[in-house]
Structures are given as structure tokens and as C-alpha cells.
Design a protein around this ligand. Structure first.
Ligand code: FAS
Ligand code: PHB
Length: 397
């Protein structure tokens, strides 16, 4: 779908990828007078059909508010001052407000994406959907360009900079020569089987449960739409999980006092997301700058994926605007280092939360004792709880 107008032959920034990173960057650049175009491989209905993240850090909420895209977020988003952690011995609350004076907002990534698309349409930003065969050219020159096709037509757009916001499976990261990239990754032998159900959430705040049967998470999208996850082996197939089988297993992994309150409903989405970690360094090469999943993937346990994408956008927008207004490219030169510093902090926290809460299949008895001790340290000490609250609500940019 070609929205707004025809494809420009030159813009200041070509943004590859119309997910949350690309869309927020486009909105911020446009509001500061920088012209851009978004090239998105999929149709808009397809992009808006994806069910992904659910929790926004305060920094992400602030960015959306400053970008003038937070009206519905403030009307419909659920501000949470804490969350529950549970195991076989019961549950306890992490009080974000008391520990670090901050909160998070529950508002689905799908809704954030919808709000951003609507804002960009009203800005008149060209968004090319179903852009095929996107290729980046001259990224290590002063005259980069991007070509793509759509239907039977081929297009070429000259630009000053390219923002690679095209996710883990995009073309941008791979456009950086392999010899110039260093990649770090760790995979887990399990994933998250997630369901979206038309039923009221079992609790008014999120519950992270570490049970002997495996991890479970009780989340939500709104007072009538719940989001639940259970840890399953990578070998599992979502089609083998009926709704009844899922609800039965979820109840077994929640504290009894909570499980008995679980209201089930029609399951409107069911899928398994892999639990993996990935970082590709650097996040820039010549005139190409990577944002979000194009450069890094964090386990969803710490609710950091979407928030890290917005963190990158904060740094890249800041750097592009400085260069645009003053010609000073220093922040652009430091972009990768600045963004990666926060990426690795979020990666550390996400790995820590994942190792704390999941049943690690090949863990030794010694490792299980250490995991139990770590969990009781969080439960029994203010410092332990404050460490979790500080990272979960979002470290400063
Ligand atoms: P995205 O992947 O969202 O967007 C990239 C866009 O680029 C896509 O629209 C894609 O179609 C497009 N694209 C790809 N290749 C292209 C090409 N060659 N040309 C043009 N466009 C191209 N995070 C959390 O915090 N909590 C969660 O619970 C959570 N659950 C997740 C579940 C799943 C199944 C997945 C895959 C991710 C989940 N995440 C979660 C992480 C997720 O929210 C990402 O962090 C977030 O989408 C990152 O946004 P972007 O960087 O914009 O990447
Ligand atoms: C979600 O609601 O999808 C969600 C919430 C918190 C997480 C991960 C996913 O840590």
C-alpha cells in the first residue's frame, strides 16, 4: 500500500522497517523537520496483526508523549506501580513506587504501532508497504541510496542516512560486511507458549511465576483481554495445545490462591516465541544506523525488547537532529557506543530475570540451589527488590 503520496526520489533519511522502531523514529524526525520515507515489507494489516510486547518503561511513555502520540496510551494504558513474583512458597510484590518511585504502563505494542501509523499518516510521511527486495547501496559513502521493488516497478531513493529498523530478519544488519560485525548469541532450550484470551486478567498487576513445572506469566492488554505465557520445550508445537490443556497447565504453575480466581475465555491468539539473546556490534556502519531488533534480541522475561528499540530511537534521533541543525556529526559517531551501553545493561537484566524464573532443564542440583537462594534474596531484601524494580521500570537513557 502506498500511503500519503508517491515515492520520493531523495529524502534525508530512509527508514527500512515499519515496526515500532522505524515508526517512532519517523515521527520524531518529521516533527523536527527532517524528511524521511518508511519502507515496510509487509502490508499494514499484517503488521497490525502481530501480538508482541505489552509493557512500556517510563522512558518509552515519555518519548511517545513528547512525540504527540500518547493520547490513547494515557486513556487506555494501565499504569502499574508493581508486579508479583511467586513460587511454591507463595507470592510477594515488588513495589516499584516505594522502591524506585517509578511505574510501568501496560499498553500493547500493537496499539503503539497503530497509534504511530495514524500519526504518520496525518504527517503525510510516505510509507511504502509491501516493499520488496529492499537493498542498501553506498552505505560507506557520502551518497547512500536504497532500491526496492513494488509490484512490477523498481524504485531508487537517494538519501543522507539509512536507519535499519527492519528487525532480526531484515536486510540492514546483513548489509554491514561480515568482517566488520561481531555477533553474540545464546539460545535457550525452551520458548514461551503465549495466548491472548477474551477474559479479565487474573490479577490487576503482572505475575511472574517460577514453579517446579516451569515459568508462567500472567499479563494483560486491558480489563477484558488477558495475555498469558508458559515455558515450553523448544520441541513443542502450539497446535498441540488446546485451550483446556493450556489453562490446566497455567493453573498448575500459579499460586493456588490466584489459580482458583482464573477466568478463562476465548483464545484469540496462540503462538510460541523462542527465548534467545542476540547482539550484533557495531550498530552503525558508514551512513547506516541500526535500531531495535535489527541489532539485538533480548529474552522477553524483562519486558525489554520493545523498550530497547525505543531506547535506540532516542539516541539516533538525538544524533541525527544535531547533525541536521549544526552539521556536527559527533553524536552520530558515538551512536553505536551510546546505544550499546544501554543494550548490554538491558541484556544483563533480561538474562538475570530469565535464569531466576525459568526451570533450566540441564541445571545441576547446585545451580538449582543457587537459583532458589537468588529468589529468596529478592523476596527477603529491600536491596534485592530494588535492583529488580530499578531495571524493570527502565534505567535512564
Ligand atoms: P520489528 O521486528 O517489530 O519490526 C521490524 C519491521 O521491519 C517489521 O514490520 C518487518 O515486517 C519489517 N521488515 C523486515 N525485513 C524487512 C525488509 N527487508 N524490508 C522492509 N521491511 C522489513 N518484547 C517485549 O518487550 N515483550 C514481549 O512480550 C515480546 N514478545 C515478542 C514476541 C514475538 C513473537 C517476537 C518476534 C518479539 C517479541 N518481543 C517482545 C520483542 C518485540 O516486541 C521487539 O522488541 C520489537 O518488535 C522491536 O521492534 P522493531 O525493532 O521495530 O522490530
Ligand atoms: C506481555 O504482556 O506480552 C509481556 C509482559 C511482560 C513481559 C513479557 C511479555 O515480561
Amino acid at each position: 500500500m502506498l500511503s500519503n503520496q508517491v515515492v520520493p526520489k531523495r529524502v534525508r533519511v530512509v527508514i527500512v522497517g515499519g515496526g515500532p522502531a522505524g515508526l517512532l523514529l519517523a515521527r520524531k524526525l518529521t516533527r523536527d523537520g527532517m524528511d524521511c520515507v518508511i519502507l515496510e515489507r509487509r502490508s499494514r494489516p499484517y503488521v497490525l496483526s502481530r501480538i508482541r510486547a505489552g509493557v512500556l518503561e517510563q522512558g518509552s511513555v515519555d518519548q511517545l508523549r513528547e512525540a504527540g502520540v500518547s493520547q490513547r496510551l494515557h486513556e487506555e494504558g494501565l499504569v502499574h506501580g508493581g508486579c508479583l513474583l511467586s513460587d511454591e512458597n507463595g507470592h510477594f510484590r515488588i513495589d516499584f513506587a516505594e522502591l524506585v518511585g517509578k511505574s510501568v504502563t501496560v499498553y500493547g505494542q500493537t496499539e503503539v504501532t497503530r497509534d504511530l501509523y495514524e500519526a504518520l499518516d496525518s504527517d503525510g510521511v510516505p510509507i511504502v508497504h509491501e516493499a520488496g527486495n529492499v537493498r542498501l547501496h553506498g552505505i560507506d559513502t557520502a551518497n547512500p541510496s536504497v532500491t526496492f521493488d513494488r509490484g512490477r516497478l523498481n524504485y531508487s531513493i537517494a538519501c543522507n542516512f539509512i536507519a535499519g529498523c527492519d528487525g532480526f530478519h531484515g536486510v540492514s544488519r546483513e548489509s554491514i560486511p561480515a568482517g566488520a560485525r561481531k555477533q553474540f548469541e545464546k539460545s535457550y532450550p525452551f520458548g514461551w507458549l503465549g495466548v491472548l484470551s477474551e477474559s479479565p486478567p487474573v490479577n490487576d498487576e503482572l505475575i511472574y511465576s517460577r514453579s517446579g513445572r516451569g515459568f508462567a506469566l500472567a499479563s494483560m492488554r486491558n480489563p477484558l483481554l488477558s495475555r498469558y505465557y508458559i515455558q515450553v520445550p523448544n520441541s513443542e508445537n502450539a497446535d498441540d495445545w488446546s485451550a483446556d490443556r493450556f489453562w490446566t497447565e497455567l493453573r498448575r504453575r500459579l499460586p493456588d490462591s490466584i489459580a482458583e480466581c482464573l477466568e478463562t475465555g476465548k483464545v484469540v491468539e496462540k503462538s510460541i516465541a523462542p527465548i534467545r539473546t542476540f547482539v550484533s556490534e557495531p550498530m552503525s556502519f558508514g551512513r547506516l544506523f541500526l535500531c531495535g531488533d535489527a541489532s539485538h534480541i533480548v529474552p522477553p522475561t524483562g519486558a525489554k525488547g520493545l523498550n530497547l528499540a525505543f531506547s535506540d530511537v532516542h539516541y539516533l534521533h538525538d544524533a541525527l537532529i544535531e547533525e541536521y541543525r549544526s552539521g556536527d556529526g559527533r553524536k552520530l559517531k558515538c551512536y553505536s557506543e551510546s546505544a550499546l551501553a544501554r543494550v548490554w545493561k538491558s541484556m544483563r537484566f533480561s538474562l538475570w530475570m530469565t535464569n531466576l524464573l525459568h526451570r533450566i532443564p540441564d541445571a545441576s542440583e547446585f545451580e538449582r540451589r543457587i537459583q532458589d537462594t537468588e529468589f529468596t534474596h529478592i523476596r527477603d531484601t529491600v536491596n534485592g527488590r530494588a535492583l529488580l524494580a530499578e531495571n524493570y521500570t527502565g534505567l535512564p537513557y
